[in-house]
Ligand binder design. Structure first.
Ligand code: SF4
Ligand code: MG
Length: 319
């Protein structure tokens, strides 16, 4: 339904106009209607870049992204506006993304002004419905963002994103600025809304517990590539790529079975100057000579897509 094929994407860093970061490289994936695909990885791996490209906030310089068969590479003009209505984004920081000088009712109604011909009365009625859907009260519309807690503010962001009846929500770390106790509430509201409204989510997170809670499928990103993508349960019970295994071993086991712990070793290299070959090779305990020179292609192993020479060739990979 949503197809991303980006053999070589790049973006120009705004602060260093001369340096070009290949933020997302060799990425290709699809998202099915009604599912949650989570992209997980350490910071700087390019997951936010993908999120922003999907909603047109970053330019796509090569490759294609299609949504429902339509290319979204060009979000300009009238057809771009129609497309943007169907794709909305929820940002990480509910403090920064809500205008502090506007009342909540105006914040939530704003996308309706841009995308619909609704009357003020219709918009007002819709704001009431949206506030109730996210577990707030219609009367909250006359208050200002600073009068709400972090979790409540993120509910307001969700209500705003839903204002124009989108089909697809890109959620970039939507709960990572919140207290752990509040995170689950917001995630559960998002799951309820998905079920009731038939929404599709791309969910970006560095938090594997959160990913395990929300995702149907999971893509693991490392330095701008997806190194493994699988159904959630398959990925968590049988991680295969060495980087996925490293990430999962750093968290308590969520499958109920024992898992041998391997520490997360080494630092994430500078994405401006990524290592040759398999970019994970300096941190990989199984790296061989070939890994330093040749980037592994993504291959499908019984529905799990993995980019690793060792997995493809069945190298012994016991820690
Ligand atoms: Fe490790 Fe080589 Fe696989 Fe990269 S390709 S993850 S270095 S074994
Ligand atoms: Mg980010």
């Amino acid at each position: 339904w949503f197809d991303v094929s980006a053999p070589w994407l790049e973006r120009v860093l705004s602060r260093k106009p001369r340096s070009i970061l290949r933020a997302v490289d060799g990425v290709s994936f699809g998202i099915r209607k009604g599912e949650t695909l989570a992209l997980v990885g350490e910071s700087g791996c390019g997951k936010s870049t993908i999120a922003r490209m999907l909603v047109g906030l970053y330019p796509l310089t090569r490759g294609t992204i299609t949504f429902d068969g339509q290319p979204i590479s060009n979000m300009q003009g009238r057809s771009g506006l129609a497309l943007r209505k169907r794709l909305q984004m929820i940002f990480q920081d509910p403090y920064a993304s809500l205008n502090p000088r506007w009342r909540v009712g105006r914040i939530i109604a704003e996308p309706m002004l841009a995308h619909t011909n609704m009357t003020e009365q219709e918009r007002d009625a819709r704001v009431d419905v949206l506030l109730t859907q996210v577990g707030l009260h219609a009367s909250d519309k006359s208050r200002f963002p600073h009068q709400f807690s972090g979790g409540q503010r993120q509910r307001i962001s969700i209500a705003r994103a839903l204002a124009v009846n989108p089909e697809f929500l890109v959620c970039d770390e939507p709960t990572s600025a919140l207290d752990v106790s509040v995170q689950a509430q917001v995630l559960n509201i998002m799951k309820d809304l998905q079920r009731n409204l038939g929404l599709t989510y791309l969910f970006i997170s560095h938090n594997l517990a959160v990913v395990h809670h929300v995702a149907d499928r999971v893509g693991v990103m490392y330095l701008g590539r997806i190194v493994e993508i699988a159904d959630r349960d398959t990925l968590f019970s049988n991680p295969q790529h060495p980087y996925t295994r490293m990430l999962l071993s750093a968290i308590p086991d969520m499958t109920g079975q024992g898992r041998k712990r391997t520490p997360v070793a080494g630092e994430v290299p500078n994405p401006l100057n990524p290592p040759s070959g398999c970019t994970f090779h300096p941190r990989c305990p199984f790296a061989r000579e070939r890994c330093k020179s040749e980037a592994p292609a993504t291959q499908n192993f019984k529905g799990v897509e993995i980019a690793c020479h060792g997995v493809a060739e069945g190298w012994p990979m016991q820690v």
